[in-house]
Design a protein around this ligand. Structure first.
Ligand code: UDP
Length: 310
């Protein structure tokens, strides 16, 4: 299998490269490095079946040869970065998705897009099932991310319906693990970084909002299973163990043996009040369920961050 991956130097992209190479594939990895890092792929530099090119797939896809599988992961997935780069974020869902789909169509390749639980917005249904259409503020600050992913899903379905491209849509819920950027701003790296530096943990709002956290190896396993499935409609991938952000802060304090205090900051606008995936479809269609519990996954993540925090 010859794979083309956009966003390959990102957190999930770099783990997907490892997995596809381990499975015997050849990987052409693209990234414009706006949020991804060459460091995440450094260990693959001399791999005979791996090649990296710095390329903005929203402009054009620079990759020679024919591909069996096209993976579009390029995205500014952290609220901190999509608020900083709203136009690039919209382009990664729109033009970039179209460009990657064109490659899949040209090569008669499989195509998978990593979409998001943000498609459900601030959900009024709980837990979120794939058939729920969501509650998105289409002109709010987060709309650059939410709407670009909703557009990306629509474009993907259009290529499937119009051109018969073999497509898959993964709706990814909060995921964490080694290789997240220290300055990423999302709650897992933020709390671990703060605890390691002995700084206060920053809870946004009153901490009653809920999330659930999936370890990256489970997520990548779900992506590969989905890519090999016949499912064309979106499938949720995430861990259903839900907790409030306050509870998560306590778990971090306990796990890391820190007495870092908590400080409360303003809640970002349209921050979803609750989020938890219904993974019934992933279980039924893919035989998938996450295996790594929070203590184990956070242990690996903290060990990684310790090597990064000077
Ligand atoms: N959050 C927080 N402190 C931080 C970073 C995030 O309390 O330093 C909150 C954020 O407001 C949200 C939740 O943690 O309610 C998860 O945020 P994250 O940015 O990780 O991802 P999101 O689920 O919002 O995409």
């Amino acid at each position: 299998m010859r794979h083309l991956i956009s966003g390959a130097a990102g957190f999930i992209g770099s783990h997907l490269c490892d997995r596809l190479l381990a499975d015997g594939g050849e990987v052409v990895a693209l990234d414009n490095l706006i949020t991804g890092s060459r460091e995440n792929l450094r260990h693959l530099e001399n791999h005979p079946r791996f090649r990296f090119a710095e390329c903005d797939v929203a402009k054009s896809v620079q990759a020679d040869g024919k591909f069996d599988h096209v993976w579009h992961l390029a995205s500014l997935a952290s609220p901190k970065f999509y608020l900083m780069y709203p136009i690039e974020t919209l382009e990664s869902g729109s033009t970039a998705t179209r460009n990657m789909l064109e490659v899949a169509h040209r090569d008669n390749a499989r195509f998978l897009i990593t979409s998001t639980s943000e498609c459900y917005g601030d959900p009024l249904e709980h837990p979120q099932v794939e058939t729920y259409w969501g509650n998105v503020n289409c002109v709010g600050e987060r709309s650059c991310y939410d709407e670009s992913k909703r557009y990306a899903e629509a474009m993907t379905m259009a290529f499937h319906r119009k051109h018969g491209v073999r497509t898959n849509i993964a709706r990814i819920f909060n995921t964490y693990g080694p290789k997240m950027a220290l300055n990423d701003g999302r709650v897992v790296p933020a709390f671990i970084d703060q605890a390691l530096r002995g700084e206060a943990l920053t809870i946004f709002g009153d901490g009653s909002q809920t999330r659930s956290f999936c370890f990256v190896s489970d997520l990548v396993d779900g992506l590969v299973r989905l890519a090999n499935s016949e499912e064309r409609f979106p499938v949720n991938l995430g861990n259903p163990v839900e907790m409030s952000i306050s509870e998560f802060a306590e778990r971090i304090q306990r796990l890391m043996g820190t007495n870092s205090p908590i400080v409360y900051k303003n809640l970002p606008s349209d921050d979803p009040k609750q989020r938890k995936p219904d993974i019934g479809k992933a279980a039924r269609v893919l035989g998938w369920a996450p295996k790594v519990d929070l203590e184990t996954g956070l242990g690996e993540t903290v060990a990684y961050f310790k090597t990064k925090v000077g």
